[in-house]
Design a protein around this ligand. Structure first.
Ligand code: GTP
Ligand code: MG
Length: 425
C-alpha cells in the first residue's frame, strides 16, 4: 500500500435559511417582520500539521464535511454559523483539484492552510425585505449550498538528505544505523516500498533529516521498477547521498550503477539531477569489496567527488560520513520555504459566468449566469409571496428584458439553472 497519495472529498456546510416571522406581542395587534438571518455554512480547511508524516489516515476517512449554518428564527434571532472542518495534512502536501488536475496549493510550512471548500452564505430573514410600501414581507432568502469538490493529495517528503541507490545497496541498513527509523532491511531488491524519514542526531543542537528511498533501477524515469513515483520526494532535499555496493553482491559493477543512476536522474528532472551528491562506498566489510573499492576510490578522486568507504552493517566509516554530510549541509543554503510565515491559500475562484440566454426548443428557454442562478437558489419557490420579489430581481438583472428580446411568449418554459419557471413579463 502506498500512502504518499490520497483522494478526498470536501463538502462545505450549507447556509441556513432566513426566517419568515412576525413580531407577536401582547397588545400589539399586528407586529412587523422579525425573522432573523440564516447562519453561514462552515468551510473545509486543510492545514499543515508537523505532527503528521504520512497520508495514511486518509485511507480510513476520505470525506470531510463542515457543519451547515442554522436557520434564522423569530425575534431577529440569527442562526449560528456552521463550524469549519479542519483537515490536518503533513507539511509537504501538494493539493490538486481532481476535476481539472490543477495544482491548487502546496502546504509546506506548519500552519499553511487551504480554504478547500467555502461554506454557503446564510439567507436573509424577512426583516431585510420590508420596505415603506411592503411592510409585511412573507418571504425570506434561502441559504446557498456549500461548495464541494474532490481533491488529490500528494505528499512530498521534506528531508535534508535523500539516500539514493540501486536496490540492495544498503540504504535502509544505513538509515537504521544512523537514526531511530525502522526501515525494513532484506537481501532482496525493492525491500523499501515507500520513502521513510529518519532524524540523525549529531548533537543536541545539530540534527538533520535523512530520507530512505526505494531502490532505483535503469528506466526508473520511465516508470520501471518502483519508477519515478518517488523521485519527486527528493526534489526538495538539499543533498543526495548516492550509495554504491562496492562488494557487488548482486554482480553489478558499482561504477556502472553510479553512472546509470545519474542518467536516470537527468532523464527524470533537472532539478533533482542538479542536487549536490556525496558518495558512500558500502559493504567494505565484505572481502569481495577488495576488487571494486580501489577502482571506485580512484575514479571518484579523479573527478573530485567525495566518496566515503563505509559499512552500514559494522558502522565502519559512518562517523566520517556523517561529518561530511553535516559539513556539506552547512555549506548549502538552508531550505528556503521553512523560514516563512504560514500562508492561507484559496481555491481558484470559479469564474463569474455572464448572463446568457439560449433557446433549446420552440417554447423552452435556458437562462445561464452565476448571479441569476444564485438568485434562484436563494428563492423559496414554494412560497408564493417570494415570487414577486424574484420577478423584481430578475428585472433588475435584465433577465426579463433579455427574454422579451429573445421573443419569449407568456407561458413559455424558462429554465434558470435547473429550476423550471414560466415566463411572465
Ligand atoms: N555485509 C554487508 N551487508 C550489507 C551492508 N549494508 C547492507 N547490507 C545487506 O544488503 C542487503 C540489502 O540491504 P538494504 O538496506 O535492505 O538495501 P536497500 O538499499 O535499502 O534496498 P532496497 O530497499 O531494496 O532498495 C541486506 O541483506 C543487508 O543486510 C554492509 O555494509 N555490509
Ligand atoms: Mg531499502
Amino acid at each position: 500500500m502506498f500512502v504518499d497519495e490520497a483522494e478526498i472529498e470536501v463538502r462545505a456546510g450549507d447556509g441556513g435559511d432566513g426566517s419568515v416571522h412576525f413580531r407577536r406581542e401582547k397588545f400589539v395587534p399586528k407586529g412587523g417582520p422579525d425573522g432573523g438571518n440564516g447562519g453561514n455554512g462552515g468551510d473545509v480547511i486543510l492545514v499543515a500539521d508537523p505532527h503528521l508524516h504520512t497520508l495514511l489516515d486518509f485511507n480510513y476517512q476520505s470525506v470531510f464535511s463542515a457543519e451547515s449554518g442554522v436557520d434564522g428564527a423569530g425575534k431577529n434571532c440569527d442562526g449560528k454559523n456552521g463550524a469549519d472542518c479542519l483537515v490536518r495534512v503533513p507539511p509537504g502536501t501538494m493539493v490538486y483539484e481532481q476535476d481539472s488536475g490543477q495544482q491548487v496549493a502546496d502546504l509546506v510550512v506548519a500552519g499553511d492552510r487551504l480554504i478547500a471548500a467555502r461554506g454557503g452564505e446564510g439567507g436573509q430573514g424577512n426583516v431585510a425585505f420590508a420596505t415603506a410600501t411592503h411592510r409585511t414581507p412573507r418571504f425570506a432568502e434561502q441559504g446557498l449550498p456549500g461548495e464541494s469538490c474532490g481533491l488529490r493529495l500528494e505528499l512530498r517528503i521534506i528531508a535534508d538528505v535523500g539516500v539514493i541507490g540501486f536496490p540492495n545497496a544498503g540504504k535502509s541498513t544505513l538509515i537504521s544505523h544512523l537514526s531511530a527509523a525502522q526501515s525494513k532491511i532484506a537481501s532482496y531488491p525493492f525491500t523499501t516500498l515507500q520513502p521513510q524519514l529518519g532524524v540523525v542526531r549529531v548533537s543536541d543542537e545539530l540534527q538533520f533529516v535523512i530520507a530512505d528511498m526505494p531502490g532505483l533501477i535503469e528506466g526508473a524515469h520511465a516508470g520501471r521498477g518502483l519508477g519515478d513515483r518517488f523521485l519527486r520526494h527528493i526534489r526538495r532535499t538539499r543533498l543526495l547521498l548516492h550509495m554504491l555496493d562496492v562488494a557487488a553482491v548482486d554482480q553489478r559493477d558499482p561504477l556502472e550503477d553510479y553512472e546509470n543512476l545519474n542518467k536516470e536522474l537527468v532523464a527524470y528532472d533537472e532539478q533533482v539531477a542538479a542536487l549536490p551528491q556525496l558518495v558512500a562506498l558500502n559493504k567494505i566489510d565484505l572481502p569481495d569489496s577488495e576488487v571494486f573499492l580501489p577502482v571506485c576510490q580512484e575514479y571518484f578522486s579523479e573527478c573530485q567527488i567525495p566518496a566515503h568507504p563505509i559499512s552500514a552493517v559494522t558502522g565502519a566509516g559512518l562517523t566520517q560520513l556523517v561529518r561530511a554530510l553535516v559539513g556539506k549541509l552547512a555549506e548549502l543554503e538552508p531550505r528556503e520555504p521553512d523560514q516563512r510565515e504560514p500562508e492561507t491559500h484559496q481555491m481558484p475562484q470559479a469564474e463569474e459566468r455572464p448572463l446568457q440566454i439560449f433557446r433549446s426548443a420552440d417554447e423552452v428557454f435556458l437562462v445561464r449566469g452565476s448571479e441569476v442562478e444564485r438568485l434562484v437558489q436563494r428563492t423559496n419557490l414554494n412560497n408564493e409571496d417570494a415570487l414577486p420579489h424574484l420577478h423584481e430581481q430578475l428585472q433588475e438583472l435584465g433577465v426579463i428584458q433579455a427574454l422579451r428580446r429573445a421573443n419569449a411568449q407568456v407561458g413559455d418554459t424558462v429554465f434558470i439553472g435547473d429550476v423550471e419557471l414560466e415566463y411572465q413579463p
